[in-house]
Design a protein around this ligand. Structure first.
Ligand code: SF4
Length: 229
């Protein structure tokens, strides 16, 4: 069993050793190293990482953050993933409902202070939900945006003090599309409707030709990430 104080060093070494490894081997390493203290997180944009993980870690925890602002298609994708894959979907929710938040902060906080809204509805609930784990997997990819270009396949998440595993960090959009086709992986129906990145409904729009995949998130704000990464 790995001692908690060793985790940053272990993460850095694994990031180097596994840089060229197949995503399935990266996930196998995480399962062997962390056992039940490893989970996959999913925004339910697609089920690629959940599908990969289910192949090497049947019954793995897949953590989904229900902000209360999701598109119905996203909730439907979560339910389909729970029904179809050999995974244990865990839904995290913020402390306040949208109505309670509106009562305390005023309506449409996302239009006035998206950083605070994300902190309350995403960052805090995920931090609390991850206390049960030493390591978590994400679907981050280097080609998604300049801010994600340096994503390691395994790294140390100093803020949460967890090992962060990004098994498809080196994959391109073509790699993802090929995997989805070959394995008939569940995807959010909005990806077929002009959206290339799916987040909360008030903060997501369709992208235009020539924009990067995440341009439709918080359009009009100088914000590119919700604070989870
Ligand atoms: Fe709020 Fe928008 Fe962040 Fe969702 S993405 S938590 S609605 S600011």
């Amino acid at each position: 069993m790995t001692h908690a104080t060793d985790l940053p060093r272990l993460a850095e070494r694994a990031g180097r050793d596994l840089e060229d490894a197949d995503p399935l081997d990266i996930l196998s390493w995480a399962a062997e190293t962390f056992g039940p203290r490893f989970c996959v997180t999913s925004s339910m944009e697609d089920a690629v990482v959940a599908h990969l993980a289910s192949r090497v870690i049947p019954g793995v925890d897949v953590v989904f953050l229900d902000t209360g602002y999701h598109f119905p298609e996203t909730i439907g994708t979560r339910d389909a993933v729970a029904a179809v894959l050999d995974v244990n979907v865990i839904t995290l929710t913020p402390r306040q409902t949208v109505a309670e938040q509106d009562a305390e902060y005023g309506p449409k906080l996302h239009d006035r202070d998206p950083d605070l809204c994300c902190a309350l509805r995403k960052v805090k609930p995920l931090e609390e939900g991850l206390t049960a784990y030493d390591a978590w997997a994400t679907g981050l990819r280097r080609d998604e945006s300049p801010t994600r270009a340096g994503t390691p396949v395994v790294g140390w998440d100093a803020r949460r003090r967890k090992v962060k595993v990004s098994p498809i960090a080196r994959w391109t959009q073509d790699d993802v599309d090929t995997y989805i086709t070959e394995h008939a992986v569940l995807t959010n129906p909005l990806l077929m409707d002009g959206y290339t990145s799916v987040g909360c409904a008030p903060c997501t729009r369709r992208v235009l030709a020539g924009e990067d995949a995440r341009a439709g998130r918080w359009a009009g704000f100088g914000k590119t990430e919700c604070g989870l990464h």
